[in-house]
Ligand binder design. Structure first.
Ligand code: ADQ
Length: 486
């Protein structure tokens, strides 16, 4: 990377990628997972950085705080402590979404129906606005700014992640300026960014945009997110802000290595035996409205109706990983899905078995890779999605089978993977049914051609490359600040 000068790097995200738990009289931290963690863990191979964020639990006592900090420092992580009421209002109240769930993800034990930023960013209507959560959002961004500005040295690169912290660039810039520090601030958004007319629904949109425009570099997943008046740059007041599309990816090697372990090989053999003569379709999604799970089950029902000849010859294994289980809308969605799954199996089951395996739980990484590996197709039905890393992971596990990706046109990944996948509109059940049928009936040559396209893509666009590209560009922003173009 271009930072041979050894400029220090701080990464900031709302939630640290670690779970902390008390063991006897000390604390232990272990790495958790989720979309952002998946990508940044690829970056750790090549780059050293400190990661600032909330540790996911309230720690009141000062001695405990010191212990938690000590435990996290072993992973180069620095906690920003928040009391649980404030964290709840900020996270569930205003931002309203979690990248982390129990098991490999973690969620807050709170209830709320107030959901603002996440729905707007994903083009969901029915947004309500309340001043309380907005004040909490501002407060949390201020607390982050205080701590990160104090920790930064002159010249430190600061890379802020995601919609929970959209005010942070401006708050940081003010503090850094007051402290006489010249730091480059980068911001990456992991969700889509809606078109202007939809974004207008957010009553505090101007504050959020001003917060963001204090960045030197803003990264989006797709061109659609990165749309600006002049390609790749925004002139705002006396400053030039560079914007761009940075393709986030995964670390494919991690999947290849895991697939080669004897544990996973044994599991693959067992599953292949179990599903001999049966076409397996896999789906892995966080249980969230944006993943289009209701649409997926309905589309699969239509597919089964359309193809009675495939009775007992096809199965959809859907892992719906629990997310925000304390929030009513998510509980309602889960109830809807399990009811739907029951109805579909009631309608299509035979004494030989059921066509739909709906698993509402987290599965270990080894099981996940085995499932990806044995599936003839992967069905992803996002109604909107920043990128969707599951599509990359499926490809990483298909070296042998060359399975087919059936990918909603509304996943960010679809803008790059169209040629190698079978695209469809998730609300169009017939189109989904046709796409599935096509996927399961492609000739070997067609499958391999599509697969090679995707394989090249995920190996070219790894998470490490994503991180390095962003950091190089951010670094360049400060070196030639005077009159620099993007
Ligand atoms: P997510 O909405 O969480 O991410 P996604 O990109 O699909 O969605 O990433 C999910 C990650 O969780 C994958 O790496 C997957 O392996 C992991 N995972 C899957 N099953 C799991 C399980 N059982 N337990 C734990 N982890 C599991 C958000 C945005 C996306 C964007 C990413 C990264 O919503 O659009 O692609 O951030 O920017």
């Amino acid at each position: 990377m271009a930072t041979d000068e050894k400029r220090s790097l701080i990464i900031v995200s709302n939630r640290l990628p670690l779970s902390v738990k008390r063991v006897d009289n000390h604390y232990e931290s272990s790495v958790s997972s989720g979309g952002l963690v998946t990508s940044l863990s690829g970056l750790t191979k090549s780059t050293q950085f400190q990661w600032f964020g909330w540790p996911g639990m309230e720690v009141k006592d000062n001695t405990d705080r010191e212990e938690v900090s000590k435990s996290l420092s072993k992973h180069n992580a620095v906690p920003i402590f928040l009391d649980s009421g404030l964290a709840h209002e900020h996270y569930n109240g205003f931002s309203s979404m979690t990248l982390c769930i129990p098991g490999r993800w973690h969620s807050l034990a709170h209830k709320t129906t107030d959901r603002i930023l996440w729905p707007i960013l994903h083009y969901q209507s029915g947004v309500t606005f309340d001043d309380g959560p907005w004040q909490a959002y501002k407060r949390v961004n201020e607390l982050f700014a205080d701590q990160v500005a104090d920790a930064a040295g002159n010249g430190t690169l600061i890379w802020v992640h995601d919609y929970h912290l959209m005010l942070l660039p401006e708050l940081l810039r003010t503090r850094l300026r007051n402290q006489g520090k010249a730091c480059a601030i980068g911001f990456s958004l992991h969700t889509p960014f809606p078109a202007g007319d939809f974004w207008r629904n957010l009553p505090v949109r101007k504050h959020i945009i001003e917060g963001l425009l204090a960045s030197d570099l803003i990264g989006f997943h797709t061109e659609e997110g990165a749309r600006t008046e002049i390609p790749n740059q925004i002139q705002y007041k006396d400053r030039l802000i560079c914007t761009g599309r940075f393709i986030i990816g995964i670390d494919p090697q991690k999947f290849t290595d895991t697939l080669q372990t004897s544990e996973v090989q044994a599991r693959i053999a067992a599953l292949e035996q179990r599903y001999k003569g049966v076409k397996v379709i896999v789906g892995v999604d966080r249980l969230d409205h944006i993943k289009g799970l209701t649409q997926k089950l309905k589309g699969f029902d239509t597919f089964l109706d359309d193809h009675p000849e495939l009775q007992n010859k096809v199965v959809l294994i859907q892992v719906a990983v629990p997310s925000r289980e304390d929030v009513k809308e998510y509980q309602d969605l889960e109830t809807e899905l399990s009811t739907l799954a029951g109805k579909i199996n009631g309608k299509h089951a035979t004494p030989e078995g059921t066509p739909l395996l709906y698993m509402h739980r987290s599965v270990p990484f080894t099981e996940l890779t085995a499932l990806y590996s044995i599936a003839d197709a992967c069905l992803l039905t996002s109604t909107r999605d920043g990128m969707n890393l599951v599509s990359f992971e499926y490809v990483a596990c298909q070296e042998n089978r060359h399975g087919v990706l059936v990918l909603s046109e509304f996943a960010g990944a679809a803008s790059f993977m169209r040629e190698g996948s079978i695209p469809f509109h998730p609300a169009n059940k017939s189109e989904m049914s046709e796409a599935l049928f096509e996927a399961l009936n492609l000739s070997d040559a067609e499958r391999t051609k599509k697969y090679m396209y995707l394989r090249d893509f995920i190996h070219e666009h790894t998470s490490a490359r994503w991180g390095q590209t962003f950091i190089e560009k951010l670094s360049a922003r400060t070196w030639d600040r005077a009159g620099a173009s993007c």
